[in-house]
Design a binder for this molecule. Structure first.
Ligand code: M6R
Length: 580
């Protein structure tokens, strides 16, 4: 997955694009590149392997003059990170230049066809073939037709922005990868998400599936793949550019952890009436999600089953097709912060094909999931830039709680969270300093906090690069206990409910084998039997997850920072995973 951007207007394109790439870097950061059409109509390209800061030291992007350009930040799929594989890619003559996000599934077959016609390739990417196809079709068609014909040859997913020598236009295409057009005054933008454009405009058209657009300085025209024009309405996005920026925090993740005091409140205000009607109508509910969103799904299951006595299955998105039996009696609740996770999108397409009704919970207006879903709940958490989901997780929880208990007002949790962060910050930092040399950390929980143990372990491993694994306390004796020896850290979530005594039993089991035990708890007494404790005050037992996840987010964050890692950009990961 990658971030792509395009600009046409009166400003210096390389400047707008460079800044935009920075905002999109969370989508991938193993190489960057920019292409600009110069005053003489010729295209100049600068690119290299590495993160933007690194590449900017070697390559002077701002040297490029011109008011029309495209940019790319890459997360490798076809071909390793290298100068050659960095985007933009060109045709044989360097007259057709493009950036691509997605995976062209039939690229090998297309590449052979082009090679037989004499095309020479400079990279190992699937993206480059698109430029060569446009070149091929330009022999007999004008530029728009050539672009359209080339796009029609592609199978798989693509968001493409293309420039052609001599044309004052951006040519865009989208299928299964996000691409949004931004409408400025006398200038136009396009990008993989809103963030790089918010500084300039609040008016957008998210492109539809299998759509082509031609963008000029004063507007855009949209077409289906047959070339028939479509009328489109702009939507307004209220996020401010500042909201999308780091605002003085050392990392986005630090900012986003703190922002939970606002975002949780916003999410509790979501109108769930229509979605609630749907939930009432269905007896069979499947939840589909990946990663952190899957943990929010587990919370949904807990609440719906235990509190509402409604049976729910939660399935990892990438597994859904192989194990689930959706039909017209099924309500699928798909949870995805980005709304662009390919695994989740494919799973809901599968469910829809079998007649299921789809309710989406997402944070991103106009994202792909909203186009497939029959009903969407926006969690309104504001933009989340850090790869590790924090505020979007608690917002997912808030929406799920609201769906389960539409009449209840839980919004006070947001104020409690604000106080909690300040109260426990130092202790979390102190614990992180002890954990930073660990090889493996175990997270144990039971009942309502079990999904939180899973989420704590995911957060921890993804940004600290230390192995973290969560188990139900009762599972220890069925295997993991053999890994516990002197000094092995175990983080135990111990809430004062029906699981309390059993959790104390689990703590004693690991203590007896020498573990270093940290308790996250609302019980003052636990301090006597563990090595470290973070005590949280929780007014309602039903709301433990909100209070218990905060210390785990902070511990993950500080461990990452202690180890010299940038928690916003963990290696090998990207914010939204738009490939299967
Ligand atoms: O955008 P989504 O919620 O669909 O993303 C799903 C996962 O990729 C995501 O939650 C991932 O696990 C996070 N990086 C975890 O912090």
């Amino acid at each position: 997955m990658c971030g792509i951007i395009g600009y046409i207007g009166d400003k210096k394109a390389s400047e707008v694009i460079l800044e935009g790439i920075k905002a999109l870097e969370y989508r991938g950061y193993d190489s960057v590149g920019i292409a600009v059409i110069g005053e003489d109509g010729k295209i100049i390209i600068k690119k290299d392997r590495g993160m933007l800061d690194e590449v900017s030291k070697k390559v002077d992007f701002l040297e490029m003059d011109g008011t029309l350009g495209i940019g790319h930040t890459r997360w490798a799929t076809h071909g390793p990170p290298s100068f050659e594989n960095a985007h933009p890619h060109t045709d044989c003559e360097g007259k057709v230049v493009l950036v691509h996000n997605g995976v062209i599934e039939n690229y090998l077959e297309l590449r052979e066809e082009l090679m037989a016609k004499g095309h020479k390739f400079s990279s190992e990417t699937d993206s480059e073939i698109v430029a060569h196809f446009i070149e091929e079709y330009r022999k007999n068609s004008e530029n728009f037709e050539a672009f359209r014909k080339a796009i029609n040859r592609l199978k798989g997913s693509y968001a493409i922005v293309c420039i052609i020598e001599g044309e004052k236009k951006l040519f865009l295409a989208r299928r299964n990868s996000p691409l949004i057009v931004g409408f400025g005054k006398g200038e136009m933008f396009c990008a993989s998400d809103f963030t790089p454009m918010l500084k300039y405009t609040k008016k957008f058209v998210p492109m539809d599936e299998e759509e082509i657009a031609v963008v000029e300085k004063d507007g855009a025209r949209f077409f289906n793949l047959r070339g028939n024009e479509r009328k489109k309405k702009t939507i307004e996005i209220k996020w401010s550019a500042e909201e999308a920026e780091r605002g003085g925090y050392p990392h986005y993740m630090a900012k986003e952890i703190e922002e939970q005091k606002y975002s949780i409140k916003e999410s509790f205000m979501v109108d769930v009436r229509k979605a609630g009607e749907l939930v009432k109508k269905y007896e069979k509910i499947d939840v589909i999600a990946a990663g952190t969103s899957h943990h929010a799904g587990l919370m949904l299951k807990y609440l719906f089953q235990k509190e509402l006595k409604k049976k729910v299955d939660v399935v990892i998105a990438s597994e859904y097709r192989y194990v689930a039996l959706p039909d017209k009696e099924t309500l699928v609740i798909a949870i995805s912060q980005s709304g662009e996770t390919a695994d989740t999108l494919q799973a809901i397409k599968f469910a829809k094909k079998h007649g299921a009704k789809i309710l989406a919970i997402t944070n991103v207006v106009g994202s792909s999931i909203t186009r497939i879903a029959d009903e969407t709940l926006y969690m309104n958490a504001g933009p989340e830039i850090g790869v590790a989901a924090t505020k979007t997780f608690t917002s997912q929880l808030a929406v799920v709680y609201k769906l389960a208990f539409p009449e209840r007002d839980f919004s006070y949790v947001a104020d409690d969270v604000a106080g909690l962060i300040e109260k426990i910050r130092e202790k979390a930092e102190e614990i992180s300093r002890k954990l930073k040399f660990a090889k493996s950390v175990f997270f144990i929980g039971r009942g309502i906090c079990m999904p939180i143990a899973y989420e704590g372990a995911l957060k921890f491993k993804e940004i600290s690069y230390i192995h973290g694994e969560a188990y139900a306390g009762g599972e220890l004796k069925h295997g993991p206990l053999s890994l516990i020896e002197k000094g092995v850290p175990v983080i135990a979530l111990v809430q004062k409910d029906e699981t309390y005594e059993k959790m104390i039993g689990s703590i004693k089991e690991v203590k007896a084998r020498g573990a270093y035990v940290v308790a996250i708890t609302d019980s003052e007494e636990i301090g006597n039997i563990v090595d470290d404790a973070i005590v949280v005050e929780c007014k309602e037992k039903l709301l433990y997850p909100f209070y218990f996840i905060i210390p785990l987010q902070l511990i993950a964050y500080y461990t990452s920072v202690e180890r010299g890692i940038n928690p916003d950009k963990p290696r090998n990961l990207a914010k939204s995973v738009t490939v299967e």
